[in-house]
Design a protein around this ligand. Structure first.
Ligand code: AMP
Length: 431
């Protein structure tokens, strides 16, 4: 039996098909229903069932939902419906009536694509603005008229300062990935943006996790919000076959190559903690004839988009990324995630592996844990409330003498060398 079979964590498609509700029961008009059906969605997800009626009723909403739960449609569909219902043809596109603030450029672009898809039969105009790229085309786009604007905070405030964007007609403000937004230091920008919109607006805040600072922000800007929680702490881990490899830091590259050659197939996203690490791994995989692209914060917007597109179009089968650059990436049919480095923030693990097993599919995650990362694994296991199955049979264990038979089986000779006292002492402890 393979790794997947052996270690399959019980699959419970908690976000999908969990109720009898259908999209047509959600008071959405025929134009939106047509677009949804073309997308192939059969049933609304849990966050959609809960959020859509509340947003249509103009309530403020605070939703604990991570990427992969269908949260984008949960706010996009009611926004499209409300704006469509209250259209004044003479003013169409002249006033921005809905604003979605997103922490990263990639996520902003993806949200725009979703709005365009769901709204393709509604004649509402959607646009996206983000930093790191020329402002001029964005200004032209805004001048041509926009109903729904998706923006990253910095660029939006830039445009506002230059009086190139008017937020005084906003009816609905969405703060997406609020936890990441605050982690990235956008708290003041977010508060400022909120103040630039009319007091009467509706606010919907979405966050994968609910740390204290997000709750505090919600308390200051939301009015009697309805709370939605579709992310029990362990839920993100369900539906994903997770495996943990204990491996010396110096052997991670070898382990990665070994698994890519023998075990892990398909479209693979590899996470590294640092930009330097991403570049190094990319070089090494290229040298070994793997088709690979990468994204991290030091790359230009164009380079990031190109890398993402090459991965999505299957020109390359491996994408290497840092956490921030990859957050919110909506990549269909991702087969596996490799945590080349164990994230030091437990929630990042949940976000990372949430890239696979999306939309109710089963995915796989492979985590490489060196001795000094064991502490992070403890935090992660506490958060997801399961003990991640350990793969002991591999050629690069932390203690080379722990499983000598595997070397015979795989025809790999363990390197001779003096074991350190620490490794002697830790024998078996890692398993
Ligand atoms: P999100 O959480 O918004 O990033 O969405 C995750 C993925 O689920 C995207 O690829 C969506 O296209 C897809 N999706 C959203 N809603 C549904 C649905 N009701 N049924 C099937 N797939 C969906």
């Amino acid at each position: 039996m393979g790794v997947r079979g052996l270690f399959a964590v019980s699959l419970q498609k908690s976000f999908f098909k969990q109720n009898e509700m259908q999209f047509k029961d959600l008071q959405l008009n025929k134009h939106i229903l047509r677009a949804i059906s073309e997308k192939g969605y059969e049933f609304p997800t849990s966050v959609q069932v809960q959020t859509i009626p509340l947003m249509l009723a103009k309530k403020d909403v605070i939703a604990s939902a991570q990427t992969g739960t269908g949260k984008t449609a949960a706010f996009a569909l009611p926004i499209l419906q409300s704006l469509f219902d209250k259209q004044d043809p003479s003013k169409k596109g002249k006033k921005i009536r809905a604003l979605v603030v997103s922490p990263t450029r990639e996520l902003a672009i993806q949200i725009e694509e979703s709005f365009k898809g769901y709204g393709k039969y509604t004649n509402l105009k959607t646009a996206v603005v983000f930093g790191g790229t020329s402002i001029d085309p964005q200004v032209t786009m805004l001048k041509n008229g926009v109903d729904i604007l998706i923006a990253t905070p910095g660029r939006l405030l830039d445009l506002h300062k230059q009086e190139l964007v008017n937020l005084s007609f906003i009816e609905t403000l969405v703060l997406d990935e609020a936890d990441l937004m605050l982690d990235m230091g956008f708290i003041d920008d977010v508060k400022k943006i909120e103040r630039l919109c009319p007091k009467s607006k509706q606010i919907a805040l979405f966050s994968a996790t609910m740390p204290h600072k997000v709750v505090e922000l919600a308390k200051t800007i939301l009015k009697n919000p309805e709370k939605i929680d579709v992310t029990p702490q362990y839920a993100a881990a369900q539906g994903i076959n997770q495996v943990l490899y204990y491996v010396p830091k110096t052997k991670k590259m070898e382990l990665c190559l070994h698994l890519l050659r023998n075990t892990i197939k398909g479209d693979i996203l590899i996470f590294r903690r640092t930009k330097f690490g991403v570049d190094k791994l990319e070089k090494m995989l290229r040298k070994n004839d793997f088709s690979v692209a990468s994204i991290h914060g030091d790359k230009t917007q164009d380079a990031r988009e190109e890398a993402l597109n090459r991965f999505k179009n299957k020109a390359v089968s491996i994408l290497i990324a840092t956490d921030v650059a990859s957050r919110g990436l909506d990549i269909d049919h991702l087969d596996a995630v490799i945590n080349f480095d164990i994230p030091n923030i437990p929630e990042s693990y949940v976000h990372r592996i949430g890239r696979t097993g999306r939309a109710g599919n089963t995915g796989a995650s492979y985590s490489f844990c060196a001795a000094d990362e064991k502490i992070y694994i403890q935090g992660i296991q506490k958060l997801i409330n399961i003990s991640i199955p350990v793969m002991e049979d591999h050629p690069y264990p932390l203690d080379p003498n722990a499983k000598p038979e595997i070397y015979r089986k795989l025809g790999v000779k363990p390197k001779k060398g003096r074991k350190s006292d620490a490794s002697k002492k830790n024998k078996k402890r890692w398993y």
